[in-house]
Design a protein around this ligand. Structure first.
Ligand code: HEC
Length: 193
């Protein structure tokens, strides 16, 4: 009896936990707002992990977790010194830093663990991360093999991909903008370590 009760409790706790904090991924770059209605804060990059906190119609409140530069806390990245961007904000006060959770100096820059919260369109979220990588890989074959053979993702590091495919001003074909956003994340996350 006792054991059965404990098992039931465990299942219930697990289910509640899974419901309270399911991690999902943005299938494309998406605008993030302060409220469910409006008040633009910035954007979340494609294929970024977010924790869903609350739901209201087609909108969800999410938390983004990662690392930010102490000197310039408007962006959240996957790891200290790694330019795999999860989110970027227009203002300084959106990203909350948490030095107790982690701090690290990389090449003279101080990084700190950070979170940010806001509302996004629920329809952009998916739990199928592999499906996103398949789409990114397909776009890579399509967009990068007309002038030269499409270079393998592990040809460069994540940071080298960031400078090879700039947001603006890259040569023809060398951009992370628009339809290339998911492909860019695919290349960075499958890059040379
Ligand atoms: C419009 C033509 C064109 C397209 C499309 C194009 N590239 Fe290039 N790419 C070039 C040229 C030209 C070079 C320079 C080759 C050289 O350095 O000799 C180059 C060089 C590169 C290099 C440097 C190679 C190295 O390691 O030295 C990488 C990496 C690269 N491209 C990646 C990409 C990716 C990823 C895509 C798809 C998003 C892409 N390219 C699409 C024209 C293109």
């Amino acid at each position: 009896m006792k054991l059965q009760f404990a098992a039931a409790l465990l299942v219930a706790t697990f289910a509640a936990g899974a419901y309270a904090a399911p991690v999902q991924y943005t299938s494309e770059p998406v605008q993030i707002n302060r409220t469910a209605k409006a008040d633009y804060l910035g954007k979340i990059a494609a294929a970024s992990p977010v924790t869903v906190l609350q739901k209201q119609g087609q909108k969800v409140k999410v938390r983004v977790e990662g690392w930010t530069l102490v000197e310039y806390p408007t962006q959240i990245f996957s790891a200290p010194g790694v330019r795999i961007e999860y989110a970027s904000f227009d203002e300084n006060n959106v990203v909350k830093t948490n030095p107790k959770a982690g701090e690290k100096v990389v090449q003279g820059n101080k990084w700190v663990k950070a979170t940010a919260e806001g509302w996004i369109d629920a329809r952009t979220l998916t739990s199928d991360l592999n499906g996103l990588w398949k789409k990114g890989a397909a776009r890579h074959q399509q967009a990068c093999s007309s002038c030269h053979a499409a270079p393998q993702p592990d040809h460069l590091t994540a940071n080298q991909w960031a400078s090879t495919l700039p947001e603006r001003g890259g040569r023809v074909g060398h951009t992370r903008a628009g339809v290339n956003a998911l492909m860019f994340k695919y290349l960075q996350t499958h890059a040379k370590k």
